[in-house]
Design a protein around this ligand. Structure first.
Ligand code: F1P
Length: 341
């Protein structure tokens, strides 16, 4: 069946999340000691493509929980423009994230960082035998998230969840780690309840542009979902912070627009206002949120650590759009699974 690998990987995510959480729980004391003993001045998360967007999301999370300045930077920038990323004499933790563990830019970023001895290097990846999995002072592996597909779905959400769990462990928030165990059950229920909705949304030819809105901890996730839409379905798609959408991008809104809102509870009123205004201008909406939305989580999990729940249904919108356009989600145009230079 067309897109069978991607479909299987999207639908199997919740169970793989449980395996990843077990890995972090088993290594919690090692992870906490490693991170806390480093006395870091800053944290840089890095990756390429999907894993760069993951780095943005992970950095927002880590800064909020661990209270150390953190940012997400493309691996090529860490490698080629180190002076714009980390400072000599300051203790930096570089966290590299990669599904394959063999993307050249990510390997080069780690090598040059280690050579300049600016701090410590930690890696998150999925393949134990690949180079990245041996390069860090600490290497965390999530082999259950390995994928056949070119576009990342299960690997992205699992590595993201692992990065969230890492920050939670570092911050000593066992209460949040316990809450995260509920995410597998909620993710399964979301796929069972809303799994058919994405296909209904993309029926007909009336949608020609997609905008993904997400702020704070969710901006990197909006970027990733927008990338999925491009990779799998070759559609016009862009991510924005909610409030930024009014500052220019809304000029593109037409009745053929689907706006996908990753709405928070924290700033629900402001974010919903943006969505309502765009609906008045003709956009169609898909809102995902804990409650009062088209896709409702009803998770009861703290907002800081439940953001992985936005991903599966968002990925399915891209997948169904791809099938609707008679494309194969397993074989994105022009792409390979790994960029080797
Ligand atoms: C990163 C990545 C993928 C993307 C593409 C090329 O890979 O950018 O996200 O889908 O096909 O590589 P990785 O370093 O996470 O394995």
């Amino acid at each position: 069946m067309t897109g069978e690998y991607t479909r299987t990987e999207i639908l199997s995510q919740p169970e793989v999340w449980a395996a990843a959480l077990r890995h972090i729980q088993q290594q919690a004391s090692t992870v906490r000691a490693f991170c806390q003993e480093g006395q870091y001045d800053s944290i840089v998360f890095t990756g390429c493509g999907s894993t760069y967007y993951l780095a943005i999301a992970a950095a927002a999370m880590a800064q909020q929980l661990v209270r150390i300045p953190a940012r997400g930077v493309p691996a090529s920038e860490v490698w080629l423009y180190p002076d714009s990323v980390y400072l000599p004499g300051r203790r930096t933790l570089l966290v590299a994230i990669s599904r394959s563990g063999e993307t050249t830019e990510t390997l080069r970023a780690g090598e040059s960082f280690v050579a300049q001895a600016q701090g410590d290097f930690l890696t998150l990846s999925c393949y134990p035998e690949k180079a990245l999995a041996h390069m860090g002072a600490l290497n965390l592996l999530f082999p259950e998230a390995q994928e056949e597909s070119i576009a990342q779905t299960r690997a992205f959400s699992t590595l993201y969840l692992a990065a969230v769990a890492l920050a939670v462990v570092w911050a000593g928030r066992e209460d949040l780690l316990a809450q995260m165990e509920k995410l597998t059950g909620v993710g399964r229920r979301l796929l069972d309840t809303y799994g058919d909705l994405p296909a209904q949304l993309v029926q007909g030819d009336s949608i020609d542009r997609f905008y993904f809105l997400g702020s704070g901890l969710r901006y990197g996730l909006a970027c990733e979902l927008s990338l999925k839409m491009k990779e799998m379905s070759l559609s016009h798609s862009e991510p924005f912070h909610f409030m930024e959408f009014r500052h220019g991008p809304m000029s593109m809104v037409t009745p053929s627009t689907l706006l996908i809102g990753l709405r928070s509870d924290l700033n629900r009123t402001q974010e919903q206002k943006v969505l309502d205004e765009m609906a008045q201008r003709g956009a169609r909406l898909l809102v995902l949120a804990e409650s009062d939305a088209g896709v409702e989580f009803h998770s009861g999990v703290d907002e800081t650590v439940r953001n992985v729940l936005y991903l599966p249904i968002g990925q399915l919108v891209a997948f169904e759009r791809s099938l609707h356009k008679s494309l194969d989600p397993d074989r994105p145009h022009n792409l390979d699974a790994v960029v080797r230079l």
